[in-house]
Design a protein around this ligand. Structure first.
Ligand SMILES: N[C@@H](CCC(=O)N[C@@H](CS)C(=O)NCC(=O)O)C(=O)O
Length: 214
């Protein structure tokens, strides 16, 4: 489907990758407007008027409503374009998918993000994205690496029991877990451990889907 929706995005952003794969899986096309984070465009008056949190992504609806936060953007897209649901169909499925998507975000994605933001020299005093400046806490780097290792172990245990993160069907939880792994591998050189056979099987199957090149 072609839509009048607009997505403010940044190419290298892992949060954007979650949304891009989600859109590709659903076959929803929209207008993408780049926000240059390197040039601090997220702090420009024009962008702050759209997203006062000064982060990407932001989805802007036909009536001008601006939706921030990746899970909220996914929610809108899944409800507005109900074909190929990625957040479950029944009340039970919806709750189970949301539970797992949140776990992937809070225990995986956020752990990688915390580690990167407290480690990278270029993010000094920008340890948390958003309108406020926070100093890095170097001790969070070692703890973060430990959290990412635990995330890999927990994911392996889950995928040894289920075909996909939220159960027998592919969902948004798989997208968030996959992007977390790409982020951990690229930014922290923490790839899926060699011995994690279930995660590797799942990962290879997802990587073969066309949407995952989005
Ligand atoms: N919780 C937000 C997080 C968004 C976020 O942190 N975006 C990053 C890019 S991945 C950003 O805009 N960073 C701007 C900055 O570091 O100033 C969401 O789900 O959209």
């Amino acid at each position: 489907v072609t839509t009048d929706l607009k997505l403010h995005q940044s190419n290298g952003s892992p949060n954007l990758r979650r949304v891009r794969i989600f859109l590709a899986e659903k076959g929803v096309a929209l207008t993408q407007t780049p926000v240059d984070l390197g040039a601090k465009e997220q702090f420009s008056d024009a962008y702050v008027a759209i997203n006062p949190r000064r982060v990407v992504p932001t989805l802007v609806l036909e009536d001008g409503t601006a939706i921030g936060e990746v899970p909220a953007i996914m929610r809108y897209l899944d409800e507005a374009f109900p074909e190929t649901p990625l957040l479950g169909s029944s009340p039970k499925e919806k709750a189970v998918v949301q539970m797992w998507e949140r776990r992937m975000e809070l225990e995986g994605f956020a752990a990688v993000m915390e580690t990167v933001r407290n480690r990278v020299a270029g993010l000094k005093d920008r340890a948390i994205a958003g309108p406020h400046d926070y100093a890095q806490i170097p001790a969070l780097v070692d703890r973060g690496l430990e959290r990412v290792r635990d995330f890999y172990a927990d994911l392996e245990a889950r995928l040894a029991e289920q075909a996909f993160v939220a159960g027998p069907a592919f969902s948004a939880a798989d997208i968030t877990a996959f992007v977390t792994i790409a982020f951990a591998t690229g930014a922290l050189q923490l790839d899926i451990p060699e011995a994690n056979a279930a995660t590797r099987r799942w990962h290879d199957a997802l990587a073969a889907r066309e949407s995952f090149s989005a």
